[in-house]
Design a protein around this ligand. Structure first.
Ligand code: SAH
Ligand code: SF4
Length: 388
């Protein structure tokens, strides 16, 4: 009997190389700490080095160490041993006939979310808004929302939230961060997920995005939209000074319970009390009430009058959103005439009520149409996917 020795099995396997740390989405302090902990940067030099890296990453949009000309070549080579400055993969990029762009971003195997750029939201000033996601999927299931049909996979990290802006800026060719005449001038947390269920990630991301030596988008130009997570509204204002948007959609509890089920936990009276107490709320810093126009559901003149009554005395504007259909929904969008009548009633009461022009519907990029294929995998299946 002959015996064959399998030498490949006998050889001890080489130790797996440590994955390199991505510096691209770290806040200032974590960046400094990471440099120190790596042993590559002396503690007394860490602040200066972190400052240099920060500008390259967030002002110039660097995706490697190579262009960092004010850091010595040898130092750059040393940094490369343990770090990268990298973007997540863009799994799909679509451009609508109206110029709206949508990216499906793969943060890790099975962890995908969508980001949408809407150019020229304010025509006269040529500004554009980036609609970003805070979670993959959503725990809530508002009955008219496509994202709500996708179970929550997980919260996005601050780095992953920041990466959405970086990916958009790469695609728009908008580096270094311009100080004025920006294409990407506003950010809205109106993509996938409920931002107030990920307040830590959102707050940390906002610190990075609003930093003046980097992306530099002022907190006044960042709007966080919530379905009404009442206990977190005050903390949002205190921690981020973000502009607040509330997905109202109905003016009585019976209907709102159906449309926005979180209303069963935090009914309209509690929501309105939290809005009125929002830190910094004033005529110069108004809350936006979003109101989706659903045919025969919430779009009558009586509904408009009830809305005006409900928000009376609150510094507010109303955003009327024509319902955007998605595969399988039973809702329909209100007629144009009905929306105009509704808007006129709200306007007459002294509230600005712009009707949001649907953008990017042809690529399912409009409000409430976002969804990814990501599903929550069992930990074992995810490890397998990551290893392959
Ligand atoms: N989860 C947060 C933010 C994301 S949703 C929230 O609910 O506020 C962004 C906005 O789109 C919300 O006002 C939401 O109610 C609205 N929306 C959801 N589905 C929609 C649809 N199919 N058509 C129009 N607007 C929709
Ligand atoms: Fe979630 Fe907002 Fe959609 Fe409701 S509207 S399911 S909170 S993403």
């Amino acid at each position: 009997m002959s015996v064959t020795l399998d030498l490949s099995r006998a050889r001890p396997s080489a130790p797996a190389a440590e994955p390199k740390i991505n510096l691209a989405g770290l806040g200032r302090e974590p960046l400094r700490q990471t440099l120190i902990e790596s042993g590559l940067v002396a503690p007394e030099k860490a602040r200066m080095r972190a400052g240099q890296l920060w500008r390259w990453i967030h002002h110039f949009g660097a995706t490697s160490f190579e262009p960092m000309s004010d850091i010595a070549k040898e130092t750059r080579a040393t940094l490369e041993e343990k770090f990268v400055v990298a973007r997540p993969e863009v799994a799909l990029r679509q451009v609508s006939t109206d110029g709206t762009r949508k990216w499906l971003i793969r943060f890790a195997p099975g962890i995908e979310a969508e980001t949408v750029f809407i150019p020229d939201v304010a025509q006269s000033r040529g500004q554009g808004a980036l609609c970003i996601s805070s979670q993959v999927g959503c725990t809530l299931n508002c009955s008219f929302c496509h994202t709500g049909t996708q179970a929550l996979v997980r919260n996005l990290t601050a780095a992953e939230i920041v990466a959405q802006i970086q990916v958009a800026r790469d695609d728009l060719g908008e580096w270094p961060s311009p100080r004025e005449d920006r294409k990407l001038s506003n950010i809205v947390f109106m993509g996938m997920g409920e931002p107030l269920y990920n307040l830590d990630g959102v707050a940390e991301a906002m610190d990075i995005l609003s930093d003046n030596e980097g992306i530099g988008i002022s907190r006044r130009r960042i709007t966080v939209s919530t379905s009404g997570v009442v206990p977190e509204i005050k903390a949002l204002g205190e921690r981020t000074q973000a502009m607040l948007a509330i997905s109202l959609h109905a003016t009585n509890d019976a209907l709102r319970d159906e449309l926005v089920p979180i209303n069963k936990r935090y009914p309209i009276a509690e929501l309105m009390a939290a809005v009125k107490a929002y830190p910094g709320l004033s005529n110069a810093k108004r809350v936006t009430f979003e109101y989706v126009m659903l045919k025969g559901v919430n779009d009558s003149p009586a509904d408009a009058k009830a809305l005006v009554k409900l928000i009376s005395g609150v510094p507010a504007k109303i955003n009327l959103i024509p319902f955007n259909p998605w595969p399988g929904t039973a809702f329909e969008c209100s007629d144009r005439k009905t929306i105009e009548t509704f808007a006129a009633i709200v306007n007459r009461a002294g509230y600005a009520a712009p009707v949001r022009k649907p953008r990017g519907r042809d690529i399912l990029a409009a409000c409430g149409q976002l969804k990814s294929e990501s599903e929550k995998l069992r930990a074992s299946a995810r490890r397998k996917a990551e290893a392959s």
